[in-house]
Design a protein around this ligand. Structure first.
Ligand SMILES: Cc1cc2nc3c(=O)[nH]c(=O)nc-3n(C[C@H](O)[C@H](O)[C@H](O)COP(=O)(O)OP(=O)(O)OC[C@H]3O[C@@H](n4cnc5c(N)ncnc54)[C@H](O)[C@@H]3O)c2cc1C
Length: 491
């Protein structure tokens, strides 16, 4: 029997599979699609922006170079900070990252533009190298939890594992079959992403365009157009996406008479915003779109899913190995649920601002003014880049619960060099924890030496997911933190 069965081999399922395998679990992934390639996964429809939190997570697992190569980047990657709020661009020059607390320069870029195809190929290869079995063409139809195992059905076949994680996307079968609540708001628009040929593309303005009928987006990629049509999410997804339909919607929303001559690929989505009420029911867990869906506005959903996987991986692995302190696995929901709930609200706020009509247009005007100020531009950047991530770990120390700064020791060792195998790290800059840390050496890497910049801390405890679990110099509180996150001396 495998330790963990992951349903869904999208980016979140594949990344989580690698996290678990790296930590010594036996893992199987069941993926419905027989092939990994699909038109909507490659450019331009498959374009996805990875924000700072995800990029740093990949960097810390030693995968960044592969992802950059697969995404077509050369050696020096510099992408200007670029983001929008409700289709209103944030001026990169107004963003002041110097204000962000506890920032140290990292070699990882703050943003990567990639494709689902490129990302899934790297994550799939990594997982396979780590020993994960990936079975394609297996559509899971049912889940039956028991006290010490879970049975997963795929047609007439049965698969059994000690734990199951549903990473099977927004229409998750696992979520429904295991009885998870999924609450939130209904859609207000149908979104279209299309790759088309046009007679007269110059009739569409580049970038985001808020119009009296909705919003359209023309990207730098020739023929790549997005539309938000505020039809209440009425488009029936079982219908074919014909050229005539796409042209009618595009003409109406853009207020032009642009002419489509061909459709290479097209897909639809909505702004339905729902979230599972818990991410764990016994031995069944959810991650990624299976746990939360909302509109792709602001490009956050994949990043949120990667954050789920990096948070869940080490906790589930410790539970599988019998090394988890009491309640560790439940901290997955406690930490990740509020983060997604906040994102859902940010997404709803953006939709509300984009709705056609004089009230929303008035709010758009106010936002345009505010967004020019460094305070607002920096705040939005902070939130949408993932840099502001902060879990409430019950500490007054403001670094605790944040993504660890990119500490570098005087000998050149970087924090990212210490995290690829997925263990936690004690960075003992002042050398005062050597003896007290000894019982945990099997579980947590101990490193001692002065830092290039210790930001005023004697020592920092970094969890396997790169989150600061404790910082300071006080031995009793260090021991308390170790007991909370790790069990000691497992041989
Ligand atoms: C137009 C658009 C643009 C976007 N842009 C961005 C962006 O720039 N940045 C960002 O962060 N996010 C973006 N997103 C969202 C992002 O694509 C998703 O959040 C992400 O793909 C979710 O990953 P996942 O692995 O959770 O789910 P998915 O990618 O949906 O993968 C789920 C997998 O499960 C499989 N599966 C489903 N049911 C079953 C079953 N019963 N049995 C077995 N397998 C099953 C599916 O075949 C699929 O491979 C965008 C979305 C859209 C629609």
């Amino acid at each position: 029997m495998d330790d963990v069965l992951i349903v869904g081999g999208g980016p979140v399922g594949l990344f989580l599979a690698g996290e678990l395998a790296r930590a010594g679990c036996t893992v199987q992934v069941l993926e419905r699609e027989p092939d990994s390639d699909a038109a909507w996964k490659s450019l331009p429809l498959g374009v996805r922006t990875l924000t700072a939190g995800s990029v740093e997570a990949f960097h810390r697992r030693g995968m960044l170079a592969e992802i950059l190569t697969a995404s077509g980047y050369g050696e020096n990657v510099f992408l200007p900070r670029s983001l929008h709020f409700a289709g209103i661009l944030v001026d990169p020059d107004a963003i002041d990252v110097g204000r962000l607390p506890f920032r140290l320069p990292s070699p990882a870029p703050e943003r990567i533009v990639t494709s689902l195809e490129a990302l899934e190929s790297v994550l799939g290869e990594r997982a396979a190298k780590l020993g994960v079995t990936i079975r394609r063409g297996v559509a899971v139809s049912g889940v039956e939890p028991h006290d010490d195992h879970v049975v997963v059905r795929a047609g007439a076949d049965e698969h059994v594992a000690r734990w199951v994680v549903g990473c099977d996307g927004g229409r998750s079968t696992v979520r429904g079959a295991a009885g998870f609540g999924f609450e939130g708001t209904d859609p207000t628009f149908t979104g279209y992403a299309m790759h088309v040929t046009m007679d007269d593309p110059e009739k569409l303005r580049p970038g985001f365009n808020l119009t009296p009928e909705g919003m359209y987006l023309r990207t730098y990629h020739e023929g790549h157009v997005g539309i938000n049509d505020f039809d209440g999410g009425a488009f029936d997804r079982s219908q074919a996406l014909t050229l005539e339909h796409l042209q009618e919607v595009l003409r109406r929303v853009s207020g032009t008479d642009v002419t489509l001559t061909g459709v290479r690929a097209a897909s639809t989505f909505t702004d339905r915003a729902r979230q599972a009420t818990t991410y764990r029911r016994g031995r069944v867990l959810l991650a990624g779109d299976a746990a939360h869906i909302y509109s792709p506005l602001g490009g956050q959903m994949l990043n949120l899913g990667i954050g789920d996987a990096v948070n869940l991986g080490w906790k589930l692995a410790a539970t599988v190995h019998g090394q988890a302190p009491a309640g560790l696995l439940d901290t997955y929901t406690e930490e990740r649920h509020p983060i997604a709930a906040r994102m859902l609200d940010w997404s709803r706020a953006q939709v509300a601002i984009m709705r056609p009509g004089p009230l929303s247009q008035a709010v758009q005007g106010v936002i345009r003014e505010l967004i020019r100020t460094p305070d607002v531009a920096t705040y939005i950047y902070d939130r949408l880049s993932g840099l502001a991530l902060h879990y409430d770990l019950g500490s007054d120390q403001p670094l605790v619960g944040r993504n660890a700064p990119a500490f570098r020791l005087a000998d050149g060792t970087a924090l990212a060099d210490l995290l690829p195998d997925g263990k936690g790290v004690i960075l003992d800059f002042a050398g005062s924890l050597r003896d007290v840390a000894a019982p945990w050496h099997d579980r947590v890497r101990y490193v001692n030496g002065p830092a290039e910049n210790d930001l005023g801390f004697d020592a920092v405890l970094v969890r396997p997911d790169g989150i600061v679990a404790w910082a300071g110099g006080d031995v009793p509180s260090f021991t308390e933190a170790m007991n909370r996150w790790f069990t000691a001396g497992v041989r």
